[in-house]
Design a binder for this molecule. Structure first.
Ligand SMILES: C[S@@+](CC[C@H](N)C(=O)[O-])C[C@H]1O[C@@H](n2cnc3c(N)ncnc32)[C@H](O)[C@@H]1O
Length: 312
């Protein structure tokens, strides 16, 4: 990371998350999305450093920022990797609490060189882990039209998905996509000016969200990852997940409902024969959303939801 670039990201639902984690002195915690370390620092402060904290991120620049912020605290291990693979990265550790603050950080969005922002002209990268996987440019230049349309629809509810996908394929046959502004131009060509609604913000917002989610494979493996993370908790340990859009939140909600009631017997079956037992309880008071004050102070918090599952 450029040394002059300060990592700016205000942790969302901080107090609510610390309460939800039910922090215990000498507890062992996993922050699966450490980012700039805002929530992790909150955990260390709340326990006065009297804990073991594993902090993971797939973005090496985020880890560097977290290392600086968390340097004063003992008992911290930073790990580069995907929380989908926490089981493999941190084998045999039983956690008292695990936190996921999903999506990208404000710092990632605001750093032009990362290619997440439609406001800047930058290489179309969008990978959280710049050491692996396809860039957004590669994805847009090689993915079949139908798959692009499906991603735009599924990951951002983009009603112009089919038209945008068609324009992307037309444009790439003339010149391959390279920069964020190539994608902005594609959206601009695809969405008729007359139908753009002011309240929907920048016309490319949804497309950028969908491409980012596709490039980083944020949705498909999430349900499995949640189940795996739940299994890494001690009995009574809590899995706390903050999501930022309805697609993500739906996956978390369904997964948690499945932990509470995993029975797959037909609804009209007189008794359960599948034998599946509840894996978690869902503590009262969740999901919770930020209060008015937080939303006013941090517009990014507006769509946040915190859900909690407690392992049985
Ligand atoms: C919303 S930010 C977290 C901010 C952090 N809670 C803070 O207060 O500074 C999300 C972070 O999670 C990381 N991330 C997203 N998906 C991930 C995944 N599957 N595995 C590991 N890290 C991930 C991103 O790189 C980003 O740094």
């Amino acid at each position: 990371m450029n040394g002059e670039q300060v990592f700016r990201h205000v942790p969302v639902l901080l107090e609510e998350t610390l309460t939800a984690l039910n922090l215990q002195p000498r507890g062992t915690y996993l922050d699966g999305t450490v980012g700039g370390g805002g929530h992790s620092e909150g955990i260390c402060r709340a326990l006065d450093g009297n804990c073991t904290l594993f902090a993971l991120d797939r973005d090496r620049d985020a880890l560097k920022a977290a290392a600086r912020r968390l340097a004063p605290w003992q008992g911290l291990t930073l790990v580069h990797g995907n929380f989908h693979e926490a089981h493999r990265l941190l084998p045999g550790i039983a956690f008292d609490g695990i936190l996921l603050d999903l999506g990208v950080s404000s710092w990632q969005l605001d750093t032009p060189g990362r290619g997440f922002s439609y406001h800047e002209d930058a290489p179309l990268d969008m990978r959280m882990d710049q050491s692996a996987g396809r860039t957004a440019a590669d994805w847009l230049n090689t993915t079949p039209e139908r798959e692009i349309a499906r991603a735009l629809y599924d990951y951002a509810d983009e009603r112009w998905a089919a038209r945008i996908a068609r324009v992307i394929v037309e444009m790439r046959s003339e010149r391959l996509f390279e920069s964020t502004q190539d994608l902005v131009r594609a959206v601009d060509r695809a969405i008729p000016k007359a139908v753009r609604r002011r309240d929907e913000g920048h016309p490319a917002r949804r497309t950028f969200q969908a491409v980012r989610i596709a490039v980083n494979d944020e949705i498909a493996p999430l349900a499995c990852a949640l189940e795996s993370l739940l299994s890494m908790l001690k009995p009574g340990g809590r899995l706390c997940v903050i999501s930022f859009h309805s697609i993500e939140d739906r996956v978390v909600k369904r997964a948690f409902a499945g932990f509470k009631n995993p029975c797959i017997c037909p609804a009209d079956a007189p008794v359960c024969v599948c034998g599946r037992k509840p894996l978690a309880v869902l503590p009262k008071g969740y999901p919770t959303a930020p209060g008015r004050e937080e939303m006013e102070a941090n517009p990014r918090a507006r769509s946040a939801r915190l859900r909690v599952a407690q392992r049985i």
